[in-house]
Design a protein around this ligand. Structure first.
Ligand code: HEM
Ligand SMILES: *[C@@H]1O[C@H](CO)[C@@H](O)[C@H](O)[C@H]1NC(C)=O
Ligand SMILES: *[C@@H]1O[C@H](CO)[C@@H](O)[C@H](O)[C@H]1NC(C)=O
Ligand SMILES: *[C@@H]1O[C@H](CO)[C@@H](O)[C@H](O)[C@H]1NC(C)=O
Length: 327
């Protein structure tokens, strides 16, 4: 009965199809704006370099914006600029007031400036989601980090999810297994997680997120903890800042991993990557602490993977005129 053969084949093939969806990068492309907005990348790059020259922390803030955009997806959309939408009293709730974002995310004004320039050069062409991906890359480069080719063609969401922001972004109080699961949920490996955590080689954190680390953790360097206790008291000073990498806070290097080897991770979650000398995770931290070339390579490839999390493509979503609101 030949008519049953195709059916049989279908049954044999379908589990494979389910197991291996087409790679998202097949739909995004580095040349996406080559004809529609040839100056897009140079406009973004120039704005990022100017902003970082004025305040180096802006580089860290832009990098984190892309992360907080990509990790929040209700069903499919990930890197969709949902993080940039402002709340509108009574009618729209965005992601800015979620716990990981409130009083913490920065860089929105830099994105506004970039978007305004792009709307002059090529109106309604470059998405806010792509601005975040390119700005993150240029921010890292501006502080001496690695370069990579950015995939482009993401479109912007017309919705946002406060609840997914609260549930899907990893917490600074998490233990190793929880961190691994949070990244696995987004299709990122343990190695990706370790490499991306190296982002904490730049930028600042508030006392409120590392207080328990310096007062209650036992795997903390004692001189490091006492220095920080003088800046972050048990009560009050919640919003006082300390650098995530105290030695070189405005240089994108492998200092983060060196800190972990001497128990000087600022966040509880940071030090979880180096609890003792044994195990796959700790040995990867040691490798990156010794070899910054290896860290840079793995970081760059993990950033591309993170940037590919569930983009809106084709006719889905929109190109916003103002990154803060739906058209
Ligand atoms: C592994 C899980 C992670 C946790 C638990 C975590 C948590 C945090 C926390 C609590 C802060 C300080 C926020 C504040 O006090 O206002 C922070 C800052 C930062 N995070 Fe992460 N993060 C993680 C992974 C990442 C990743 C994957 C990236 C980028 C790819 C990233 C980039 C940054 C940067 C650059 C800053 C400094 C931002 C600034 O100075 O404005 N983090 N992170
Ligand atoms: C604590 O940090 C200092 C540098 O600040 C380092 O010399 C020392 O070895 C560290 N102690 C431990 C136990 O890692
Ligand atoms: C070392 O740390 C790993 C996690 O990285 C943990 O699974 C293991 O139990 C620890 N070993 C010791 C001896 O503490
Ligand atoms: C550092 O890593 C790079 C990239 O994997 C490798 O080519 C190089 O040999 C490593 N250097 C050392 C000193 O191990």
């Amino acid at each position: 009965m030949p008519s049953q053969i195709p059916l049989l084949l279908l049954f044999m093939i379908s589990p494979l199809l389910l197991a291996a969806p087409p790679p998202v990068s097949a739909q995004l492309s580095p040349e996406f704006y080559e004809t529609s907005c040839p100056d897009a990348l140079s406009i973004i790059g120039a704005s990022v370099r100017a902003a970082v020259a004025g305040d180096p922390r802006v580089a860290a803030s832009l990098l984190r914006l892309h992360f907080h955009d990509c990790f929040v997806q209700e069903r499919l959309p990930g890197c969709d600029a949902s993080v940039l939408l402002d709340d509108v009293a009574g009618s729209f709730t965005g992601e800015k007031t979620a716990f990981p974002n409130r009083d913490s995310l920065r860089g929105f004004e830099v994105v506004d400036v970039i978007k305004a320039s792009l709307e002059v050069a090529c109106p309604l062409v470059v998405s806010c989601a792509d601005i975040l991906a390119v700005a993150a890359r240029d921010a890292v480069a501006a502080l001496g980090g690695p370069l990579w080719t950015v995939q482009l063609g993401r479109r912007d969401s017309t919705s946002a999810s406060l609840s997914s922001t609260n549930s899907d972004l990893p917490s600074p109080f998490s233990d190793l297994n929880t961190l691994i699961s949070a990244f696995a949920k987004k299709g990122l490996s343990i190695i990706d997680m370790i490499a991306l955590s190296g982002s904490h080689t730049i930028g600042q954190a508030r006392c409120t997120v590392f207080r328990t680390r310096i007062y209650s953790d036992n795997n903390v360097n004692s001189s490091f903890a006492s220095l920080l206790r003088s800046k972050c008291s048990i009560f009050g000073k919640d919003n006082d800042l300390s650098p995530l990498d105290m030695s070189t806070p405005t240089v994108f290097d492998n200092g983060y991993y060196k800190n972990l080897l001497s128990k000087r991770g600022l966040l509880h979650s940071d030090q979880q990557l180096y609890l003792n000398e044994s195990g796959l995770v700790s040995s990867r931290v040691s490798l990156y602490a010794k070899n910054s070339t290896k860290f840079f390579r793995d970081f760059a490839s993990a950033m591309v993977k993170m940037g590919n999390i569930g983009p809106l493509i084709g006719e889905n979503g929109e190109i916003r005129t103002n990154c803060r609101k739906i058209n």
